[in-house]
Write a protein that binds this ligand. Structure first.
Ligand code: SAH
Ligand code: SF4
Length: 347
């Protein structure tokens, strides 16, 4: 446990280590390529390195294949959820979603979550710990490796698994940088999305970053009264503050923001909420993702009926608010983002 995890190191750190060991500088690049382009999980597979260096790396760092504890695949075979065990015994879930034109992986940033959104399985389990940058990156590499073996490429990464990325800000940003590294994994920045429950200072900080990574904000309610109940974080960062931060983000970056809205029957699918949402969003460079709620054991809410959903979207149409009504994925394996772990640890 005490040896540094190889995926936690950035390239300058690795270069400094190798310099200390008296190795030529290009060796760090070689290791980087083995890790992030060839996706090896064992130092001994780094065959272009001299044996002595491989031995030194093995003695000084940790690199292990992800420990898969369980795999669940949806009946249609398009969604797969893996339960990975971390070295301290904690568990996280990673989900792969295959669409006609892309393959997206949904990764976790924390074990559990302190935000405590009522409807969320992760929130219901409470906070356990932050993931390191390497533990975040490792989840992406895990499915990239699997896809590669099938002759496919990973196209998108969403940070929408367990946890609140902006409450683990440094590690999240370090992981993003490692994924977009032009000498490493080379993920296109626009193919990454980080989702926050509305940590306003995190949104402000993120707008200062020099990246083109997408931002999604989980809204779910357009009045403070309702949002305070659904997402207790709203009592700390209310809607005005969240929207002020998002407006500044758009002004600074000129990037479109996605608002996530899980439709909960009779709760946030009312005409009042639709109108309040439209009033907030109107004129913003923003898009709404409507997702039917995935019911969880700890919350009585149910997904909106088709009729209520139609009533809600009709108001958005009238108000010319752009939205996408998403389908639930991997329902039979409870693999909706934000619904992670609980189902598997119960089974
Ligand atoms: N903490 C971040 C990212 C992880 S949650 C956030 O809240 O944005 C990822 C998404 O799943 C969020 O939009 C969250 O609101 C949503 N979500 C959580 N539980 C859900 C459920 N039971 N049904 C549908 N969406 C859910
Ligand atoms: Fe945490 Fe996001 Fe779940 Fe809220 S929805 S409890 S912020 S993981």
């Amino acid at each position: 446990m005490s040896l540094p995890y190889l995926y936690d190191l950035d390239l300058p750190t690795l270069e400094a280590w190798l310099a200390d060991w008296g190795e030529p500088r290009y060796r760090a690049r070689q290791i980087w390529e083995w890790l992030y382009r060839r996706l090896v999980t064992d130092v001994d597979q780094m065959t272009s390195l001299p044996k002595s260096l491989r031995q030194r790396l093995t003695e000084a760092t940790r690199l292990t294949a992800p420990h898969i504890q369980a795999v669940q695949e949806s009946l249609d075979g398009e969604t797969r959820k893996d339960l990975l065990a971390l070295e301290d015994g904690e568990q996280i879930e990673v989900v792969l979603m295959r669409y006609a034109d892309r393959r997206s992986v949904c990764v976790s940033t924390q074990v559990g979550c302190a935000v405590g959104c009522q409807f969320c399985a992760t929130g219901q389990m409470g906070f356990r710990r932050n993931l390191s940058s390497g533990e975040i990156v490792m989840q992406v590499l895990h499915f990239a490796r699997l896809l590669e073996a099938q002759g496919q490429k990973l196209t998108n990464v969403v940070l929408m698994g367990m946890g609140e990325p902006f409450l683990n800000y440094e590690n999240t940003l370090a992981a993003l940088h490692r994924l977009i590294d032009s000498q490493g994994f080379q993920m296109g920045q626009r193919r990454l999305t980080v989702s926050t429950a509305g940590v306003a200072p995190g949104i402000r900080r993120f707008s200062e970053e020099d990246t083109q990574v997408n931002l999604a904000v989980s809204l779910h309610a357009a009045t403070d009264a309702l949002r305070n109940i659904l997402m207790p974080l709203n009592r700390r960062y209310g809607l005005d503050e969240v929207f002020a931060a998002v407006t500044d983000y758009i002004a600074r970056t000129n990037r479109r923001v996605t608002f996530e809205w899980s439709l909960i029957d009779g709760v946030n699918d009312t005409p009042e909420q639709a109108l309040a949402l439209a009033a907030r969003i109107k004129g913003m460079l923003a898009h709404i993702n409507l997702i039917p709620l995935n019911p969880t054991p700890g919350y009585a809410g149910q997904p909106s009926t088709p009729e209520h959903t139609t009533n809600f979207t009709a108001i958005l149409d009238e108000q010319h608010i752009p939205y996408t009504l998403r389908l639930r994925r991997g329902l039979d394996i409870q693999a909706g983002c934000g619904q992670l772990r609980q189902s598997i640890s119960q089974s």
